[in-house]
Design a protein around this ligand. Structure first.
Ligand code: 6R9
Length: 647
């Protein structure tokens, strides 16, 4: 019995062709037949405005690509000013919804322009200009996109550090990038309480002496320590600052000038500063946003991610604003003050496109559909998923309970490094398969290869690699070209190593199998953690599951499953037997977990990814790895105790 049987048992048969409402979709039949170079040439000329048009589409000297050479543009101009100049100043750029109920603000494109100009002029006063690196450590307040755009306006590369990261993480990013200015806030709202941010920033700055100035946005009334000569309240520093765009021109940037760095964790402790540039990035994110989410003039778009994550950069800030869309920006958590908060927001603003992560969908599944039923969600026409493979049950739940049984679900695959969506269905073209990310976007040439770099036969799993460059591709790791080569280009020379496993079915649709280090080997059979997790979550009693391997004398590796039952219940001995049997039925006996640990929560990063590395550590009874990126570190101790009891 080999992988083929597993595949047969797991094969997902449900199919959803494009609904008739998508007959006039931005991407219709024939979309994939376009010539990639002609497509990106046209999008480059038409989707963004250039101060100086580009002369060369791209230059590819592996492993470095350049796009839109010779062009000069400004990302802020494209996201803000040009919409105001075109007469759309009164259109809402974003409906900001604060966490405290009733705390809300509609920011039009004209308002946004004034806010951005004021912010940019304030930054200028403290010495920020072209090439000054700026760190931003803010929660989901209106000043976050404003600060990013103000930096872009001046040509100052930014790095946004997610508001939940520790002082150490913040300091290491500031130091690595050499930031001279830090923008933060007093505290952010978290489930009804102010969570201080400035004290964390203070601690970070003691280890990051390069920071000359710290601008502090006031969000709450908490007492906030300020260091004279270094710290400034933003509302004071900006009080008499000009907000007339005519007096604060957008810096003409080269297409290849850096726009921002986004730090992401790799296999070593030190995070990688992924470099994104201006031209290719902006064209890439705006183009994919337009086609994948079928953006119309009337779209009300909500990406419920955090801006501190690449998803927020590309698909809350730069893509949607470049396309002149009306968006929602929400400050709080999905369960404050109650578990229907998201659905209240969808109803209030008439959200038509919702983009979120499988972990959030499974959380709502765990709470039950009654919270969504309290609200009118009929405005929703399209749903998106990103961040990890979505198991078919969650996909179908999402479509049924949030999408009214009609809205297509686009499962979008991409990474911090890719900058933009690379594999995704298109709602007017693709027949959807729950659990599949569909086809590569135009010009994207993935391949699935074996250990030696040879393409595998269709249906077989292997390493996902990318061959041709795409516009929003990373331009390297900041300050570490050898790590760039070693991480992405050395395993299969000439190909970009994604780090995910995948397989392609007979229709050419991609099925992502999780990170390659998440592929287990039990008795010589290759089993992906995702497949087992999917089987577990398919059981009606299971809310969420994470699977990893531990060494086993007989079988090489054995499977350990961590399972959260619906309603947070504890599992009985009978439940263990039932679940093992269920996996055996879904995949085969070889995939049956050797151990099942019931736990009320799984350890997750703040962006919602399950930290399988920690689960593996627990399963191997080794020492615990770094837990600083965990949303709730106490979860680990709890699981360790339970794992010992279940062994
Ligand atoms: C955008 C983002 C990237 C990793 C990626 C993969 C996983 C993201 C996915 C997905 C399956 C999807 N991933 N989207 N796996 N299906 N639709 O998440 O960026 O935080 O850098 O993570 O996330 O493993 O390699 P990032």
């Amino acid at each position: 019995m080999g992988d083929r049987n597993i595949d047969a048992l797991l094969s997902e048969q449900r199919r959803y062709p494009p609904p008739p409402e998508f007959a006039d979709a931005n991407a219709g039949p024939g979309f994939y037949e376009q010539d990639p170079d002609a497509f990106w040439e046209r999008e480059g000329r038409e989707r963004v405005d250039w101060f100086t048009p580009f002369s060369t589409l791209r230059e590819w000297t592996p492993p470095y690509a350049k796009w839109y050479l010779g062009g000069k543009l400004n990302a802020c101009y494209n996201c803000v000013d040009r919409h105001v100049e075109a007469g759309a100043g009164d259109k809402v750029a974003f409906h900001w919804e604060g966490e405290p109920v009733g705390d809300r603000l509609a920011v039009t494109y004209a308002d946004l322009q004034r806010r951005v100009v004021r912010f940019a002029n304030t930054l200028k006063k403290i010495g920020v200009g072209r090439g000054t690196n700026v760190a931003i450590y803010l929660g989901m307040v209106p000043d976050l996109p404003v600060a990013m755009l103000a930096c872009a306006r001046l040509g100052a590369p930014h790095t946004v550090v997610f508001g939940g990261f520790s002082a150490d993480s913040l300091a290491s990013r500031i130091n690595d990038m050499g930031c001279q200015v830090l923008i933060t806030q007093d505290a952010s709202w978290r489930r009804g309480r102010p969570l201080p941010l400035k004290p964390v920033a203070d601690e970070a700055m003691t280890n990051a002496p390069g920071v000359r100035r710290c601008l502090v946005v006031r969000r709450t009334e908490v007492d906030t320590p300020m260091t004279a000569g270094r710290d400034l309240w933003y509302h004071e520093a900006s009080a008499h600052v000009d907000d007339d765009a005519a007096n604060c021109p957008c810096e003409p940037m080269d297409a290849e000038d850096p726009l921002f760095l986004m730090y992401t964790s790799g296999t070593t402790a030190k995070p990688k500063g992924i470099v994104h540039t201006t031209g290719g990035y902006l064209v890439g994110v705006a183009t994919t946003h337009h086609y994948v989410f079928d953006i119309k003039q009337s779209t009300v778009y909500w990406c419920a991610a955090d801006i501190g994550w690449i998803t927020g950069h590309s698909y809350i800030v730069y893509g949607p604003l470049c396309n002149g869309v009306t968006s929602v920006l929400y400050e709080g958590t999905p369960d404050f003050p109650d578990k229907d908060r998201w659905w209240d927001i969808v109803e209030r603003y008439g959200v038509t496109v919702l983009y979120t992560a499988p972990t959030a969908i499974r959380t709502h599944m765990k709470w039950g559909p009654e919270f969504a039923r309290r609200h009118d969600l009929s405005s929703i026409r399209l749903l998106g998923s990103v961040g990890e493979p979505i198991n078919p049950e969650a996909w179908v739940w999402y479509r049924t309970h949030i999408g009214g049984g009609r809205a297509p679900v686009v499962d979008t695959w991409w990474q911090t490094e890719t900058g933009m969506i690379l594999i995704s269905p298109l709602p007017g073209v693709s027949t959807l398969k729950p659990g599949s990310a569909g086809r590569p976007f135009i010009g994207v040439t993935p391949s699935v290869v074996d250990d030696h770099g040879y393409p595998v036969t269709p249906g077989e799993g292997g390493f996902l690699v990318l061959r041709e460059p795409w516009p929003a591709m990373l331009r390297g790791i900041h300050g570490d070209p050898s790590r760039y080569l070693a991480t992405y280009w050395s395993r299969f020379p000439g190909d970009y190593l994604v780090g995910d496993g995948a397989r392609v079915d007979d229709d050419g649709d991609y099925w992502l199998l999780g990170r390659i280090d998440d592929v287990m080997n039990v008795s010589g059979h290759r089993i992906s953690t995702v497949e087992v997790e999917s089987a577990l979550v398919d059981d009606p009693t299971v809310a969420e599951a994470a699977v990893c391997a531990r060494p086993d004398e007989l079988t090489g590796q054995a499977i350990v499953a961590y399972v959260t039952l619906k309603g947070g219940r504890d599992g009985s001995r009978q439940a263990v037997a039932t679940l093992r049997q269920h996996v055996a039925e879904k995949i085969g006996r070889l995939a049956m977990p050797a151990n099942i640990v019931f736990t009320p929560e799984l350890p997750k990063t703040r962006s919602g990814k399950i930290m399988r590395r920690l689960l593996r550590d627990i399963a191997e009874e080794g020492t615990l790895g770094d837990t600083t990126t965990l949303a709730d570190p106490s979860v680990v101790e709890e699981i360790r105790t339970r794992a010992a009891a279940a062994a």
